[in-house]
Design a protein around this ligand. Structure first.
Ligand SMILES: Nc1nc2c(ncn2[C@@H]2O[C@H](COP(=O)(O)OP(=O)(O)OP(=O)(O)O)[C@@H](O)[C@H]2O)c(=O)[nH]1
Ligand SMILES: [Mg+2]
Length: 325
């Protein structure tokens, strides 16, 4: 029996568990192509470096992140995603039986879970250095993920949530807290990078222009950058500056994942507010034309830790693929 190609797939945006299983028949209908994760520079670079910093703070290590069946109760927070808006990670073969085996979608996201999603757990995290230029960043070649987004969107809070530490990266109610490229080494084998926020209204024009140049040069030139994680506040409607930033990354083919933050802040419909799910959907529509294939996205909250396991699994599959290719 042929199923209609526009069959919709429900994605649950709940706190746990991290996976949702896809019925195999639906997965086979996917027509999404494979996507490049790393820039040509990054892909051509061989990985040989070893972590050097000795100081490492041990963290509480949980059981490995495992797939679970979703709750029926999650139905009220479901978002409908057309199959062709799903993100297919590298290493997932869509052409046949293999698809059924890998047919799982991370919760509150459009990301299919592939065979490279291993070693997702964070067991140690350490601050390494602050840099003001790309040339000053660590030169050991370990793969890295950069958190970028408007000032106050929650970059430092997300980093703390990912590593389960309250104050590894400093946060503040006042925008503009993070001013340099801050490298944090995870499990002595990869980096999370906290970048200064953009759109900081109080900063003079000159500072803002410098910021744009400085981070954009980092995105284009940093060979070990596996993917940019662009943070967008899901508790408010899409902002022009975020749309511009996402479209710039799309047009420049910089691998990007959209992280929707503050999904715990639910506006009351009767007050005219849009729910985070609606803001997420609107944002997708507004940037669609700049991407050949749907970029990956995940709904998160640093207050409830929604999306934490999903981000770590997504990073793991991008990272492991990057290391092998
Ligand atoms: N409700 C809610 N508040 C959040 C969340 N994430 C961050 N915040 C709050 O938002 C404010 C800014 O958070 P930061 O993590 O410092 O933001 P940032 O993006 O690092 O800001 P800059 O360093 O200034 O660019 C803080 O008051 C946080 O407590 C979230 O998921 N939910
Ligand atoms: Mg910050």
């Amino acid at each position: 029996m042929l199923l209609h190609p526009r069959l919709l797939l429900p994605i649950v945006s709940a706190v746990t568990p991290p996976y949702q299983f896809l019925p195999a028949a639906r997965v086979i209908l996917l027509t999404v192509g494979r996507r490049n994760f790393a820039s040509p520079l990054a892909r051509s670079r061989s990985f040989s470096a070893k972590a050097q910093l000795a100081v490492s703070v041990p963290l509480e290590v949980d059981a490995p992140i495992q797939p679970e069946i979703p709750d029926e109760d999650d139905a009220d927070t479901q978002v409908q995603i057309p199959l062709d808006r799903l993100f297919v990670p590298p290493g997932v073969d869509l052409g046949g039986v293999a698809v059924a085996a890998s047919g799982r979608v991370l919760r509150g996201s459009n990301i299919i879970l592939g065979p490279y999603a291993r070693d997702a757990q964070v067991s140690s995290a350490e601050f390494v250095k602050s840099s003001t230029k790309t040339e000053e960043c660590p030169s050991d070649g370990l793969p890295e993920f950069a958190l970028v987004g408007r000032s106050n969107v929650g970059k430092s809070s997300l980093l703390n949530s990912l590593v389960r530490r309250k104050r590894l990266a400093l946060t503040s109610k006042k925008p503009g807290k993070t001013q340099c490229i801050n490298h944090f080494r995870i499990n002595e084998s990869w980096y999370l990078v906290d970048l200064p926020g953009y759109g900081y209204a109080i900063a003079p024009h000159e500072v803002r222009d410098n910021w744009a140049e400085f981070t954009k040069s980092y995105f284009v030139r940093r060979e070990s950058l596996v993917s940019v994680f662009l943070l967008i506040d899901a508790s408010i409607p899409a902002k022009k500056i975020d749309l511009e930033y996402a479209s710039w990354l799309g047009q420049n083919q910089i691998p990007m994942t959209m992280i929707f933050t503050k999904c715990d802040k639910r506006k009351k419909k009767k007050n005219g507010g849009r729910r985070p799910e609606e803001n997420v959907e609107d944002f997708q529509k507004l940037i669609r034309e700049y991407f050949q294939e749907a970029p990956p996205w995940i709904m998160t909250s640093s207050v409830t830790n929604q999306g934490r396991d999903e981000i770590l699994l997504h990073m793991a599959q991008l990272r492991n693929y990057w290391l092998k290719h």
